[in-house]
Design a protein around this ligand. Structure first.
Ligand SMILES: Nc1nc2c(c(=O)[nH]1)N[C@H]1C(S)=C(S)[C@@H](COP(=O)(O)OP(=O)(O)OC[C@H]3O[C@@H](n4cnc5c(=O)[nH]c(N)nc54)[C@H](O)[C@@H]3O)O[C@H]1N2
Ligand SMILES: Nc1nc2c(c(=O)[nH]1)N[C@H]1C(S)=C(S)[C@@H](COP(=O)(O)OP(=O)(O)OC[C@H]3O[C@@H](n4cnc5c(=O)[nH]c(N)nc54)[C@H](O)[C@@H]3O)O[C@H]1N2
Ligand code: SF4
Ligand SMILES: [Mo]
Length: 681
């Protein structure tokens, strides 16, 4: 049988690496490296090197209906009819806001666009996705201070920086190609690397300066750096005067945050905080990038605004050698946000409360009105279900039973719903609770566009045939819309037709046509306002996209996490990822070599903590919080501070975590809570 090679985009993280899928007779047989790809130049991290999950016998192949004796296979026709009828009935009886839709950062732009369109045409803004657990604070915080939530420039500009600050992220494990081909490249050229976080992770091993802090003390440390930079006159005066507003307020707020005060809050030596401030102020060409260590806090949005302001003091915006922002996590979380799969935003970040914006999109869609009430966010879907107000959910490509903080509430919420549909490639922990399960084709079995962390929109081609009767999410949504009587608004023959509509609806995507994407390896970076525009590498070159055109300085105060250690729960619990496991492990856990090398969770603690609790390396213990218990193997690691437990969450640790929310972005505080260790023997 001849082998074929087809160009695809990696289905895992937001770096957006390219690769070639090797197939025989429509079946996956392996990959080849794509040396022509501008992002990764052939390199790949462990995950896409083994994509055998695609051929897993566990793949969903037929629609399923829950019956007394378990799931039974049904036809697509029956499944679509039943889903449409149940949703219609609930809308008729209780109204459209009793239904919630969850879109997916694993699905293409075109699929997310259609799911949010469907929700809105049914009359609700209850559509959200995992960005809420991830970079919602970056989107809101960066939106407020710069006018755009996305990363300000490209990985190339990170590589061109003289100073790189990685704050609350571990790219060595979570964005390995970015780390290897850009951050370390810069370091080899002489750039300085500063890392800030509570665990001396694999990224911190490479740091020139590592600032070892307690979880949740980031604002105190960043304010102390700004205190030093301002008091010693080290800031970029010209940039601050010409391109920012609100500096005077910042001077007042950071005045009390001496490095000594920050030391008392964070545990990091005042000397190291000062030293880092000096190194950062030594160059006007710097990058400050963050991820989950910054966003997953009740102060997530404030954390983001504070870090963005620190970068503004140094003039790290709008020019080569600078890049500021949150590294997007999922392969298409940037795109799912751009497409409006968010409860407060229509496509292109038009607020649902913006009357003119709503009207423009309604006209393009050919409908009279669009709903104007802000929808329910992802964590609140389950709370509202527990309260009986959300009656049905349609979940496409998300696994909240494992990914949501305080997961027992998710299970409780799901069990209270009258009707649950889950559309996935596997029968996940969430799908187990569904009334109807719909089998989706995986990314390489369909085609469409993904948008990476740099705003780079790329086409991923179809390389394989889906198993059994699994179908592309796009086709599933179109058929459902037709069954719901909305066929007139869903006249698409394929993803190309949908992207052509996106070109009209979202100005930043206007020139990103299917034709151009298919021709350009490495895609096009938005904003791209017309078909003769080459895309935008660096944002905010002349002006910020705020109303005044200036960077809006919004100073923040330190605020302790929602739950601090006490007598009953004397330790701080935080969560992390490992390089070979991805999220709820539905894909990596079914890829042969990955699941063998990364088979289970290992929580890490300092040997001093182990001593206090009499725990040995490799011992299995119970971690206990106010919300639940979790049995896990312990590994001793001097990189974790005494009194802190860091647990990977891929294998179910969210039974422990706190779902206290950031009031601005509604993200749960998955990165800090109080816990205890209980021994079995
Ligand atoms: N292998 C792998 N790669 C992935 C993923 C995956 O699941 N597996 N997921 C992708 C996704 S969606 C995302 S969002 C990214 C996430 O990427 P990262 O944010 O890099 O991942 P995490 O390991 O969750 O958290 C990073 C670091 O934050 C630190 N941290 C915890 N609390 C705090 C705090 O209070 N302050 C500070 N400063 N740091 C803190 C942790 O110790 C940890 O080292 O990874 C993407 N890449
Ligand atoms: N404690 C703690 N919890 C966290 C985090 C943390 O750092 N700590 N991180 C949070 C973050 S940053 C994120 S992004 C979330 C992620 O949360 P989720 O998005 O819920 O996690 P995934 O496992 O990525 O779920 C994606 C699902 O899509 C399915 N899928 C894959 N491809 C397709 C497709 O083409 N079509 C369909 N229909 N389905 C598909 C997969 O099988 C999987 O079930 O988790 C969050 N949870
Ligand atoms: S760095 Fe991210 S996009 Fe690149 S190969 Fe690894 S998981 Fe895929
Ligand atoms: Mo994420």
């Amino acid at each position: 049988m001849p082998e074929h090679l087809i160009r695809a985009v990696c289905p895992y993280c937001g770096v957006g690496c390219g690769l070639m899928i090797k197939s025989s007779d429509g079946r996956y047989v392996g990959i080849e490296y794509d040396y022509s790809h501008p992002v990764n130049k052939g390199g790949l991290c462990p995950k896409p090197n083994d994509l055998s999950f695609i051929n897993s016998p566990d793949r969903l192949k037929k629609p399923l209906r829950k019956s007394e004796s378990g799931f039974i296979e049904i036809s697509w026709k029956d499944a679509t009819k039943e889903v449409a009828a149940r949703i219609k009935n609930i809308i008729k009886d209780v109204g459209p806001n009793a239904v919630a839709f969850l879109a997916s950062a694993k699905c293409f732009n075109e699929e997310n666009y259609l799911l949010q369109k469907l929700a809105r045409l049914l009359g609700t803004n209850n559509v959200d996705h995992c960005a809420r657990l991830c970079h919602a604070p970056t989107l809101i915080g960066m939106g407020r201070v710069t006018g755009v939530g996305a990363l300000t420039s490209t990985f190339e500009e990170i590589a061109n920086s003289d100073v790189i600050v990685v704050w609350g992220a571990n790219p060595a494990e979570t964005y390995p190609i970015l780390m290897g081909q850009y951050v370390l490249m810069a370091k080899r050229r002489g750039a300085k690397l500063i890392v800030v976080g509570p665990v001396k992770n694999k990224t911190a091993w490479h740091a020139d300066i590592f600032i070892h802090i307690k979880p949740g003390s980031d604002i105190a440390v960043a304010n102390a750096m700004m205190n030093v930079i301002i008091k010693e006159g080290l800031y970029d005066r010209e940039f601050v005067e010409k391109r920012t507003e609100g500096f005077e307020k910042l001077v007042q707020v950071v005045d009390k945050y001496t490095p000594e005060l920050a030391e008392s809050i964070s545990g990091a030596p005042a000397f190291t905080i000062r030293q880092a401030a000096y190194v950062m102020a030594s160059s006007r060409k710097g990058s400050l990038i963050w991820s989950m260590g910054i966003t997953q806090h009740i102060t997530g949005t404030q954390n983001v605004q504070t870090l963005a302001t620190l970068a503004a003091l140094l003039g790290w915006y709008g020019k080569p050698g600078t890049c500021v922002g949150g590294l997007r996590g999922q392969n298409n979380v940037q795109g799912a946000c751009d497409m409006g799969a968010l409860s407060e935003f229509l496509p292109g970040y038009v607020r649902v409360t913006d009357e003119a914006g709503r009207k423009r999109i309604a006209e393009l869609w050919g409908v009279g009105e669009l709903p104007k009430d802000v929808g329910i966010t992802l964590p609140c879907v389950f709370r509202e279900a527990e309260a009986g107000r959300i009656k049905a959910a349609y979940i496409m490509g998300e696994n909240p039973v494992v990914s949501e903080a305080n997961s027992s509430h998710v299970i409780n919420g799901l069990s209270k719903m009258e009707f649950l549909v889950v559309q996935d490639i596997f029968l996940t922990e969430t799908a187990e609770h569904a009334d109807i399960v719909l089998p989706a084709a995986a990314w390489a079995e369909k085609e469409g566009s993904f948008t990476n962390s740099e705003r780079r929109v790329q086409w991923s081609f179809k390389a394989l045939e889906p198993p059994g009767e699994a179908r592309p999410d796009l086709n599933i949504i179109i058929d459902l819309a037709k069954e719901l009587g909305l066929g007139n608004y869903f006249n698409y023959l394929g993803p190309e037709d949908v992207l052509l509509e996106v070109n009209k609806v979202i100005p930043a995507y206007a020139g990103i046509t299917p034709d151009r994407l298919k021709r350009n390896v490495g895609g096009i970076l938005w904003p791209c306002p017309s078909v003769d525009h080459g895309g935008t590498q660096i944002l905010h070159v002349d002006r910020f996209r705020t109303p005044s055109g200036k960077f809006r300085i919004l100073p923040g105060e330190h605020q302790p996490p929602a739950e601090m250690p006490d007598e009953d729960y004397p330790l701080i619990l935080t969560t992390h990822r490992v390089v070979g496991a991805y999220h709820t492990n539905t894909m990596t856990g079914r890829s042969n070599s990955l699941s063998k090398r990364w088979p289970e969770a290992e929580a890490i603690i300092n040997p001093a903590t182990a001593n206090t609790y009499g725990v040995k390396d490799g011992e299995v213990v119970k971690l206990v919080t106010r919300r639940g218990e979790y049995t896990v193997k312990i590994r001793l690691n001097r990189g974790v501070a005494d009194g802190v437990v860091s647990v990977p969450w891929h294998w179910g640790a969210n039974i422990l975590t706190n779902d206290a929310l950031d009031p601005d972005a509604m993200i749960p505080e998955a990165k800090v809570c109080a816990c205890n260790i209980v021994k079995f023997r």
